[in-house]
Design a binder for this molecule. Structure first.
Ligand code: ATP
Length: 637
């Protein structure tokens, strides 16, 4: 049964076993360019060949540097003569139909430079790629059903996200709200026709240059993404859902070791490769069914979190050069490892399912499976949806909302379905804001820009009002407010006291660095002993740095730097350990951010390792600097 087809219209591309896979991995060998056709005499390139079998393909690559051959397995591989419309109808069309049901999906093109990623995803007006074909399909269906379609386009450059449809000073912030990824500051544009889409996608998208100009545009390489949102409402139940289809054209993989490249590229390529490894790691972890999926490693993987994990389905297209390309070997070997990880997982779960059926003496009939699914949903707190303007939830008090699948749609039929669904995050139910958006769009038929600010009132307050005292309270707060939370006050006061020790004439015991230690480059932990008792601040100053700093000015600078680091460390330590109530006492942290922080801490015990990590909770660089300045300023008030 594992190999029975679920969609005969799509040939052998989708099988029941594929439903276990989070990410389906296919190859696409690019068509020959004119120049390549001339040099290879028009014959198909000899370095790569494909053998197809019923459930996978084997790609044979001849490494022309070592004259060795190696074979790699993938779910499928499209050869040179198989073009984009074929990939669309076999691979992407089944994902499109799920979007209408409120699921999310992703199509990601990965490959060496010049392997045809942009051609595959974006294409051109004349030869549309997968994204444009999907859009045409979605729009034609939405015309009949009255669904609303919007798009966002973005670029990820050096782990910063920029809006490609609307010029903005601010980069896009990526954060998570109860299992949903929020892209704060990314515009969504209502699209009603394919010509509108083409104008946006092929003209504005391509002409756009982010406001943060990069010095050397020639070497600028980035990941580009398109998100298609489909807003639907079920007439019978009045449930409103939004499904997202992501298309990502990743920057090309290039191995720096083998290349004679200039300095700007030397800086650029490792960064790009690092972000590609992050995508690889996520896909491999998902297919291997690992407990921890490193979504949080980069902005891009974070952005895709609700569209390739959980109940979402993803397609990874490994683009391959038709002429010999060492980088394509790296790409395909990675793709093959991810494919095999998925297969091992599938075999494993099939074995487990078989053995548990044997233990029970029968295999579950579909009805009982559906029942157990609904039971497991109940265990998860039942359905949570926004219906007819009224929020309905059966969730027991204290249950984590982010793990709850809003509406039961038992499309996954395996022994694993409850676990798969329990981690599903993709199917989204509209929030109140989005509900209003949908109504407004449906009623007015006008281009619509949704409310972008998804902060809670507390968070908004932070953006508007100046921060005040060190204890996280506004000066003008009510007396009742002023009496709140001694623990946080005490903790921050401790830090402040420790640091004040450096700005007061309290005698400090300064030890001269031991020359032996300097030679061994040891870190001196007791260079400065604060006489304020019981203050757990580790005021480390690198002894070597300290010794190097000869003049009083240099010494002062070095020590100040150490103090700054200590203050930051203490603040991060606080965020990594404080209770929710304590966190909420800090300016800029409202109910929502406090919840994020606690959720992050559940995923990893010390999620905040440096100030950059605070962007994960939706703080901008400016806000982070503001907080630190305020804390430091309080020391002298
Ligand atoms: N299937 C195809 N048939 C013919 N030509 C193709 C095909 N795919 C891509 N090309 C051509 O190959 C060249 C490189 O393609 P493309 O720009 O899509 O590669 P890429 O992988 O996106 O490159 P980069 O990594 O630099 O972004 C382009 O000139 C494109 O028109």
């Amino acid at each position: 049964m594992a190999s029975s087809k679920i969609n005969s219209a799509h040939g052998n591309s989708h099988k029941l076993s594929d439903l276990h896979k989070k990410v389906r991995i296919v190859g696409k060998i690019r068509g020959l360019l004119e120049s390549e056709a001339k040099s290879t005499d028009g014959s198909s390139s000899p370095w790569i060949s494909v053998q197809k079998s019923s459930d996978c393909v084997t790609i044979l690559c001849k490494d022309q540097t070592s004259s060795s051959s190696k074979d790699y397995k993938l779910d499928y591989c499209y050869e040179q003569h198989q073009d984009i419309p074929e990939i669309f109808s076999r691979e992407v069309k089944p994902l499109v139909s799920r979007i209408f049901d409120g699921f999310n999906a992703s199509v990601i093109a990965y490959g060496a430079r010049g392997s045809g990623k942009t051609h595959t995803i974006q294409g051109s007006c004349e030869k549309p790629g997968l994204a444009a074909l999907a859009m045409a399909e979605i729009l034609s269906s939405c015309e009949e059903t009255g669904r609303v379609v919007k798009i966002s386009c973005y670029e990820v450059y050096h782990d910063h996200v920029y809006d490609l449809l609307e010029r903005k000073e601010q980069e896009v912030l990526v954060w998570e709200d109860r299992g949903r990824i929020q892209l704060k500051g990314l515009s969504q544009v209502h699209v009603k026709s394919i010509s509108e889409f083409n104008r946006l996608y092929f003209n504005e998208y391509d002409q756009y240059k982010p406001s943060q100009k990069i010095v050397n545009e020639i070497v600028r390489r980035s990941h580009k993404g398109l998100i298609i949102y489909v807003f639907s409402r079920d007439k019978d139940s009045n449930i409103s859902v939004v499904g997202k289809l992501n298309f990502v054209d990743l920057a090309g993989y290039e191995d720096t070791k083998r290349m004679s490249i200039d300095i700007p590229q030397l800086l650029e390529i490792p960064r790009i490769n690092k972000s590609l490894y992050a995508v690889e790691n996520v896909v491999r972890a998902l297919n291997a069914n690992e407990r921890h999926v490193p979504f949080r490693d980069t902005k891009l993987t974070r952005m895709l979190q609700d569209s390739i994990g959980g109940a979402s389905q993803a397609l990874m297209i490994t683009c391959l050069n038709p002429t010999f390309c060492q980088d394509s070997i790296h790409v395909i070997s990675w793709a093959s490892r991810s494919f095999q990880a998925a297969n091992l997982t599938c075999q494993d779960s099939a074995k487990k399912a078989k053995s548990s059926a044997m233990i029970m003496g029968l295999s579950s009939p579909p009805a009982s499976r559906a029942q157990s699914l609904s039971a497991s949903m109940k265990n998860l707190g039942g359905s949570l949806y926004y219906s007819g303007g009224k929020k309905t939830t059966n969730m027991p008090h204290g249950m984590k909302e982010r793990n709850v699948l809003p509406v039961v749609r038992p499309t996954l039929k395996s022994s694993q379905e409850s676990t798969t669904l329990s981690t599903a995050k993709s199917m989204e139910v509209l929030t109140l804001d989005e509900e209003r958006c949908l109504q407004s769009v449906t009623n007015t038929k006008e281009p619509f820009t949704p409310k972008q600010d998804l902060c809670t009132q507390d968070d908004v307050e932070f953006n508007r009002k100046p921060m005040t005292d060190l204890e996280g309270r506004e000066v003008e707060n009510s007396p009742a407010d002023l009496e709140r939370s001694p623990p946080i006050s005490a903790k921050l006061r401790e830090i402040a006291n420790a640091l004040k020790a450096f700005s007061t004439p309290i005698p400090l015991s300064i030890k001269t660095p031991n020359p032996d230690n300097i030679r061994n480059n040891h870190v001196c932990k007791d260079l400065i002993e604060s006489l304020t008792p019981g203050v757990p601040v580790d005021l480390r100053v690198d002894e070597w740095e300290s010794a190097k700093a000869g003049t009083p000015g240099e010494t002062f600078k070095t020590h100040s730097c150490g103090l700054k680091k200590s203050l930051v460390q203490e603040y991060l330590k606080f965020l990594n350990s404080a209770s929710k109530e304590e966190l909420k006492e800090i300016k800029g942290i409202g109910e929502k951010r406090a919840n994020y922080i606690l959720e992050f801490r559940e995923e990893s015990p010390e999620p905040f390792k440096n100030l950059e990590d605070l962007k994960e909770i939706g703080l901008s660089s400016k806000q982070i600097n503001g907080i630190m300045r305020q804390i430091a300023g309080q020391l002298f008030s």
